[in-house]
Design a protein around this ligand. Structure first.
Ligand code: ARG
Ligand code: ZN
Length: 876
């Protein structure tokens, strides 16, 4: 199972499969430590793969092979060869039935891939390569098969689920029963799913545009059954939305969602049977924050949308992962934008991209949206494949326009329905439907790294012409030294001195998309009477960094006048970045830290402006996170970043205490809970004010937090109050709140995870010792990824100041945890180690200490392939 040095797989080595599997019959007899899996595969030689009858390779990991037969005749060992990752079977006919029996151990399966037990319930996770942990099979996405599945289990497991439609059920000998499911759609093995347990369900139905009735069911453990309404409502909204926006209907008579507590990722789009991490599907106002409600809506949408973008049309190989993930993230982002505030959704997504995806692009694991090699595909479920992939699809949408894009997606689904295809097929459908040339655009799929645009301008007063010059470059990434120019849609507008939009052509257009294709290019705007102020990269029209020498006054002007909401927010961020960089500089040189009065005045006017929507006010008031400041720095000086941000926060909090207080009071009115965009925005603004107020650590402010903590009628307000108490109250008050909260919620897994995460992220000095205690707390469990993400991830990825303490204790702690974790769950270990892999960007001593921690992991013995890939690439 463990290999010191896994081999590298290359896209250029892709070959069509030698054999196809037309039908897959599976029969499970479930037992915790010895589940019997019988499979019968109808196999035939792939006519597209050449002559002769080569041996058939079947993937298999951690399986006990009981028997193997071709057309009913048992094979003796000389007819197949056992290999480390599967078996090679000799074949002497072009078509045959292959019968295999294997035994697996779900109870001891802590990898959470394949079949495993979570709180006594059986469930599966097969993407990307989990099916090979269930039975020997050609486990690759370009082999699509019709599945029939029979599950036999004791009657204490009343619910037995798999993909498709239930076709029969009945009693078996002993106190067992069985259910048989048949999925009429061909699918790759990674979309297979099985669930068995003592589950309750909520039921609803959906009538499709063409009038078919679809049964919707959501399964959970009994104690969570009151937390499923929001997911079901989101599901119906998603089904309606996909019909309206993409013309896509659901295709089976039943759609099931199951919540499980132990899950490596957010959720999985198995055909007709989506399996969700409990944290991404269960919610009630008392237990879930607004952010959680919105995350659930987007993930329920995401998995549902995969039914077309992923299942009906799937990936030929895993290098094409972004074909389904990038496209589906784009779809779910647009769905969320339509359901809530479009501007806020865009701001949140861009923040995530800039803070975390840009860091990936600049780190040792940087890879193109379509990677060309990997050791472990699990390491490539990344922000680059998902989020940057979605930005690439968004740029196609921008270049083609909404109608061209819809024609392209219609053509893509029509051409490739039922097939396993490539990113190239997607782009070609977009091109063919719109007649727009995307030849150069394809480089977005093959070149890694974040392009940098540098914009300069020149105004000729006598001619009235304005010239914008755009230069593009892209830094080297592992294996790619030189980059060729990208095709970049640059959306912009020009503002006059009164803040009005200038007309850019004869038709009265005030916004345009420049297509940047060269390393350097100039664009001319004529008939202007004054030098305009450019509003560049509106709505973040491309995933690039853009530099223009804006003055503070110009940024303040854009912040209050730009018609593009996204760019108003972006101007506020640029202002904050300028100020924070001055503060860092002062801190490093031992100078006096000072915040410009203009900046304070700008925040004041945002707070006092009654014409601005609360949602935008809340966004404009956010200081960039330490992590995003780090990402924007060439050399990361963690201590200076922490000091600078802390100073800015304190200064704003003190200077505007009265304004924050007034705004807080105005919004702090008791009303019944609703999830309307307006109420969500008001809660966010109110809690932003509370955070600034409590940053002063005055008794007055902390009393407000305590009051909110004691009386809140929803988790958003409660959790916000708890967080500021943990971070800013005195020890006694903080500990009391922590304890009281736990006593109230210790039976609720999702709330306990929130509680763990808040403590781990606390910026109190020396918080590492509190984190070390949390690891010992009964609520912590190294086998539960949500708990690991809350405590270890909360600390390493969400607690910039304490994790980066200069003694390196944070890194050593992470290394030790990762080493232990790797023995249980390699995927999660490889995810958690990421923060120290970016050591090269840090200044002096921190870089050295991160590297020591990495070496400690490397030298700790046999690493999983997952962890080995990440650690070895970062030590290179
Ligand atoms: N396809 C799932 C999604 O919707 C993610 C599954 C990831 N699985 C994994 N082993 N990394 O995004
Ligand atoms: Zn997905």
């Amino acid at each position: 199972m463990r290999h010191a040095k896994p081999s590298t797989i290359y896209l250029k080595d892709y070959r069509a499969p030698d054999y196809l599997v037309d039908n897959t019959h599976l029969h499970f007899e479930l037992k915790p430590k010895a589940t019997l899996v019988k499979s019968r595969l109808k196999i035939r030689r792939n006519p597209a793969a050449g002559e002769g009858l080569p041996p058939l390779f079947l993937d298999g990991v951690d399986l006990i092979l009981l028997s193997i037969a071709i057309d009913g005749a048992l094979l003796s060992p000389e007819h197949y060869e056992k290999m480390p990752q599967g078996i090679l079977v000799s074949v002497d006919k072009p078509e045959f039935f292959l019968d295999i029996q294997t035994c697996i151990n779900p109870e001891d399966n802590t990898t959470l891939e394949g079949l495993y037990l979570s709180n006594g319930m059986y469930c599966t996770q097969c993407e990307a390569e989990g099916f090979r942990r269930i039975t020997f099979y050609p486990d690759r996405p370009d082999i699509m098969s019709k599945f029939t599945t029979t599950i036999v289990a004791p009657k204490e497991y009343p619910v037995l689920l798999s993909n498709g439609n239930e076709i029969s059920r009945g009693p078996c000998e002993g106190d067992h029963h069985y259910v048989t499911w048949e999925d009429p759609f061909s699918k790759p093995a990674y979309l297979f799913a099985l669930v068995a347990g003592n589950l309750q369900y909520l039921e609803d139905c959906f009538i499709t545009a063409s009038g078919r009735k679809v049964k919707l069911q959501l399964f959970t453990e009994e104690k969570n059954i009151n937390k499923g309404d929001h997911a079901l409502r989101s599901l119906k909204n998603a089904m309606r939305w996909d019909e309206a926006v993409y013309g896509r209907e659901y295709d089976l008579d039943i759609f099931m969602i199951v919540a499980v507590d132990h899950f490596n990722m957010g959720a999985m789009e198995n055909k007709g049977l989506n399996i969700f991490n409990s944290a991404c599907v269960l919610a009630s106002p008392e237990t879930a924050t607004d952010a959680t409600f919105q995350r659930i809506e987007s993930i329920v949408g995401h998995e549902y949308f995969h039914n077309w973008s992923g299942n009906r049309v799937t990936c030929r190989d895993w290098f094409q992962l972004s074909l389904k993930e990038g496209f589906t993230v784009f779809r779910d982002a647009e769905f969320s934008a339509d359901m809530n505030s479009r501007a806020v959704k865009r701001i949140e997504d861009v923040s995530l991209l800039r803070t975390n995806q840009f860091a990936e692009d600049a780190g040792p694991m940087a890879h193109p949206v379509r990677p060309d090699s990997y050791m472990e595909i699990s390491n490539f479920y990344t922000l680059t494949v998902y989020e940057k992939g979605a930005e690439v699809v968004r740029m196609i949408h921008t270049l083609l326009g909404p109608r061209g894009f819809r024609k392209g997606s219609d053509l893509y689904f029509e051409r490739h329905d039922g097939c396993a295809v490539t990113c190239e097929d997607f782009v070609r459908a977009m091109e063919d439907a719109s007649q727009i040339d995307l030849v150069q655009f394809r480089r977005w799929y093959s070149q890694a790294g974040t392009p940098q645009l540098t914009v300069t301008d020149y105004f000729d007063e006598t001619l009235g012409t304005y010239v914008l010059t755009v230069r593009q470059s892209c830094p080297p990434t592992p294996g790619q030294r030189e980059k060729r120019p990208f095709h970049i849609p640059l959306k912009l507008g020009l503002l006059d001195k009164n803040g009005n939009e200038l007309v850019l052509d004869g038709q009265g257009t005030t916004q345009c998309v420049l297509e940047i294709t060269e390393a350097e290019q100039s664009f001319e705007f004529t008939e202007l009477s004054e030098k305009p102020l450019p509003s560049l990269l509106r709505d973040f029209s491309a995933p690039v960094k853009i530099d223009y020498p804006y003055s503070i006054d110009q940024l303040l002007f854009l912040m209050s006048n730009d018609s593009d909401t996204f760019n108003r927010w972006d101007a506020s961020q640029r202002l904050a970045f300028l100020a924070l960089s001055d503060l860092q500089q002062a801190y490093r040189t031992g100078g006096v830290l000072q915040l410009q009065p203009e900046l304070i005045a700008a925040y004041r006017s945002v707070l006092l402006n009654r014409d601005l929507e609360p949602a935008l006010v809340a966004e404009l008031l956010q200081l960039p996170s330490e992590q995003s400041i780090a990402e924007a720095s060439v050399h990361i000086d963690a201590e200076a970043i922490v000091a600078a941000r802390e100073f800015a926060l304190q200064t704003l909090a003190e200077a505007l205490f009265g304004e924050f207080r007034a705004q807080y009071t105005a919004l702090n009115v008791r009303k019944s809970f609703s999830l309307s965009a307006k109420d969500i925005a008001e809660r966010k603004l109110k809690n932003t004010c509370l955070l600034y107020l409590c940053a002063t650590e005055t008794a007055d402010a902390l009393a407000l937090a305590q009051e909110q903590f004691d009386t809140a009628n929803n988790m958003t307000d409660k959790a916000a109050a708890l967080s500021v108490l943990i971070n800013h109250a005195g020890d006694k008050q903080a500990i009391a709140a922590i304890e009281q909260f736990y006593q109230c919620w210790k039976e609720d897994a999702q709330v306990v995870e929130l509680w763990l995460g808040q403590q781990s992220r606390s910026s109190r000095r020396g918080n590492l010792s509190a984190v070390e205690k949390l690891i010992q707390h009964p609520a912590f469990d190294l086998k539960n990824p949500n708990r690991v993400r809350a405590v270890i991830g909360g600390f390493a990825k969400g607690n910039f100041s304490q994790f980066h303490r200069s003694d390196g204790s944070g890194f050593e702690f992470l290394a030790d945890q990762v080493i232990t974790l790797d023995k249980l769950n390699p995927q999660i270990a490889a995810q958690q180690v990421i923060p120290i892999t970016r050591w090269k960007r840090y200044t002096g001593d921190l870089a050295r200490k991160m590297k020591i921690a990495l070496k400690k992991i490397m030298d700790s013995g046999d690493l999983s392939g997952d962890l080995y890939e990440v650690v070895s690439k970062s030590l290179n």
